[in-house]
Design a protein around this ligand. Sequence first.
Ligand code: SF4
Length: 380
Amino acid sequence: MKYVDEFRDKKIAKKLAAEIAAEAQPDRQYNLMEFCGGHTHAIFRYGVQDLMPDNVHFVHGPGCPVCVLPIPRIDNAIELAEQGAIVCTYGDMMRVPASKRNSLIKAKADGSDIRMVYSTQDALKIAHENPDKEVVFFAIGFETTTPPTAVAIKQAAAEGLENFTVFCNHVLTPAAIQHILQSPEVRELGQVRIDGFYGPSHVSSIIGSAPYDYFAEEFQKPVVIAGFEPLDVMRSTIMLIRQINEARFEVENEYTRVVTPEGNEKAQELVSEVFELRRMFEWRGLGDVPYSALKIKEEFSGFDAEKRFPLSESKGKDVKGCECPAILRGVKKPTDCKLFGTVCTPDNPMGSCMVSSEGSCAAYWSYGRFRLDRAKEAAE
Ligand code: SF4
């Protein structure tokens, strides 16, 4: 397939692996955090990890929007459905555990009208088809999925679609990366060592590469915006290793076929027309992160589910023993969780990281990585 096969070519991968081995200095460790779940899956699906020298380590970050949504927000979405609204959301969200072993899919089985949609346009269509019902779009995602939500709100406003609202949970990546770099686990305790970042790819196609300049300089960490194909990850690894070796802390862009420094300015304008920054938002694993999420502007408050419906303050917690919060901070690996592969599997997920197609636990399980890790541990 054009534009895909050339980024999965075995021969080129071998060449790049040799280049990485030559660039990586044997007396150094390279701990590289991939913020996005898309990178995590590319690494495991194509066995990129096995092509790395022993001193190049991947640290998995919080880059899956389904994984980072805290339980109270899912409880609120279920509450909206229990109040009688039709709640629409993307497929991954349906099976993420909420409080008391509930989830959107279980609430649906219990009679709530919760529907999986592929786009915001599907949600608008459902609102048109059900004029006597309230229809709430449970919006989640990083900067990539925010523009379509903005379009839906503007469209609903233009059409005077009064039974449509959005429960907004859109979050922002630069604030989360900064939060990780400022965390005690990174700065003081040394529990997470991060020498460089693979910058988000799809997100950066919207916001550009420039927003990462600040923390590359401030925290002295190189960033390489990397595409989601295995050769993208390998080329980005070379770029990161070179920066680390040369003590450079810059934002470089490997994904030039899509990402520009300024990003998609039209999409950015659209988003800022409809949304504004929240002062604080809770992330699963990271806790409260200042200015890391968006809310609907007052001008469009009629389409804001949080303004239109009463929502209780849920104190829902993760399942006992689930290590998702520590995994999302890069402190632990999925195989450090006692429930991994025993109680918790993709068929019976106990935490968000096992549900989402971008979650680290799902990646370890789906591509059998855990078997290799366990065999290695047993041999040591
Ligand atoms: S394996 Fe399951 S329970 Fe353990 S951290 Fe992952 S999602 Fe949570």
